[in-house]
Design a protein around this ligand. Structure first.
Ligand code: NDP
Ligand code: 2IT
Length: 444
């Protein structure tokens, strides 16, 4: 059996009931075959892949809190500190009922290579809890966040591990967590990113993932003689990534006709109204059913359906495995040109394979959504030098980083004979730097 297959088999055997983690490991290691086969003896002797797929540390803890009725609730918290070869662990905190160790491990594993692609000194980590912020009062969310941070604060720090937002964790949650960390540890430091602007946050961090997604998409289109101008775009999700992806796509001249949440989706033939979407989701925290009140011409549909809408570019920005093989077939039948992932692993493995086979330009999440974590690293820099950069400065750096990522993954794909396969390109480009750093640091 080849070294890659051995490691995949062992990762599955030793981590049963973690299908999302298996999926991420298979996807990455499969596409690294050309690099690994060229160094098989050395990598095997150094157990390099075994070390890459095993987190340096994983922490699981109880999170008790009291709800508004006086009832004690208990959730489970996680932080997986996956790989610190190139910098302190860095990655978001997901708050969603579907969170379990396997989900956090898949996200942490992806984060290693994503963070490497940014070119900035950040290692890979991820955390979260099965707590559901939806429908909770602000006081309940605060009680949860304080309890979560009471335990997490023992393991993180500005030079050790720097969490941030992800699904269910936005500015409100980061604020409560930061306050509790400061109170417990007695230090005001850049221990979290995505902070409010009044206490150390960076301009453009809120917009960064969505904007970055469109910057890299536009660069990829440009290099293929195209642009977003006049294109029809479908977006899934209606959260942080989706909202700012829609906004930037519109600024670049595209027409975005859909968005979705976990209960339904909207089709707006005149183009999504971002101001309305922000008010519904960011201010009022309501369901998408409200959108019709702002835009009578739009349609609301229950369930899943954005991928059935004819488009040139599809941007999955909600969650993992939301675009399956049937969806990919529909998109291809409708003439889609590019699929670029705003979410982490939103496309199933068979759907990815199908899109690549059909020549659809496919930008994987670890490259396409890296603008969020890259801007988090810029927030860390600003915190360290106790300075605040202007929005233009941060935005210019973000654009530079995304354009650079595109060319790095494009070059890596070409170097190994996989032109236009950005899955292979992203995994190889991300992996090479991590391997170099791990090798230099010895067996740790
Ligand atoms: P949000 O919580 O802000 O938004 C998530 C959106 O996806 C919501 O509209 C949510 O609907 C929808 N959704 C639909 N189905 C699901 C489901 N099964 N589980 C969770 N959400 C669902 O999260 P973000 O926009 O921050 O994150 C979206 C994706 O982007 C995730 O994959 C995340 O890991 C990734 N990402 C986020 C970054 C960031 O900086 N925030 C950076 C890089 C990647 P509803 O409100 O009904 O739940
Ligand atoms: O998946 C991701 O890259 C994020 N949720 C952002 C992580 C971060 O540290 O900004």
């Amino acid at each position: 059996m080849s070294y890659v297959d051995e490691v995949i088999e062992r990762a599955i055997r030793e981590n049963p009931s973690e299908p999302e983690f298996h999926q991420a490991v298979k996807e990455v290691l499969d596409s690294l075959r050309p690099v690994i086969e060229a160094n098989e003896e050395k990598f095997r002797k150094e157990a390099l892949l075994e070390r890459i797929v095993n987190p340096e540390r994983q922490i699981k803890f109880r999170v008790p809190w009291v709800d508004d009725k006086g009832q004690v609730q208990v959730n489970t918290g996680y932080r997986v500190q996956f790989n610190s070869a190139i910098g302190p662990y860095k990655g978001g905190i997901r708050l969603h009922p579907s969170v379990n160790l396997g989900v956090i491990k898949f996200l942490g594993f992806e984060q290693i290579f994503k963070n490497s692609l940014t070119g900035l000194p950040i290692g890979g980590g991820k955390g979260g809890s099965d707590f559901d912020p939806k429908g909770k009062s602000d006081r309940e969310v605060m009680a949860f966040c304080q309890s979560f941070m009471t335990e997490l604060s023992k393991y993180i720090g500005a030079d050790t591990d720097v969490p941030a937002g992800d699904i269910g964790t936005g500015a409100r949650e980061i604020g409560y967590m930061f306050g509790q960390y400061k109170r417990l540890r007695g230090v005001f430091e850049g221990v979290l990113t995505g902070k409010g602007l009044s206490y150390g946050g960076s301009l453009v961090r809120t917009e960064a993932t969505g904007y970055g997604l469109l910057y890299i998409t536009e660069e990829m289109l440009k290099c293929h003689g195209q642009s977003l101008e006049g294109k029809t775009v479908v977006v899934s999700g209606a959260g942080n990534v989706a909202i700012y992806a829609i906004q930037k796509a519109q600024q670049l001249g595209a027409k975005v006709v859909t968005c979705s949440d976990s209960t339904g989706w909207v089709y707006d033939p005149d183009g999504i109204d971002v101001a309305a979407l922000k008010e519904i989701k960011e201010v009022k925290r309501q369901r998408l059913t409200e959108y019709k009140n702002y835009r009578p011409n739009s349609e609301y549909h229950e369930g899943k359906g954005v991928w059935s809408v004819k488009c040139d570019v599809a941007l999955p920005c909600a969650t993992q495995n939301e675009l399956n093989l049937d969806d990919a077939k529909t998109l291809v039948a409708n003439g889609v040109y590019a699929v670029c992932e705003g979410a982490n692993m939103p496309t199933t493995a068979d759907a990815t394979e199908y899109l690549l086979e059909k020549g659809v330009k496919f930008l994987p999440g670890k490259a396409a959504n890296a603008g969020g974590v890259a801007t988090s690293a810029l927030e860390m820099s600003q915190n360290s030098e106790r300075l605040h950069w202007t929005a233009d400065e941060v935005d210019a750096k973000l654009q530079g980083i995304m354009v650079n990522i595109y060319h790095n993954i494009d070059n890596a794909s070409k170097k190994y004979g996989f032109e236009d396969n950005f899955v292979v390109g992203a995994n190889i480009a991300g992996f090479e730097k991590v391997v170099e750093a791990m090798t230099a640091q010895g067996i740790v």
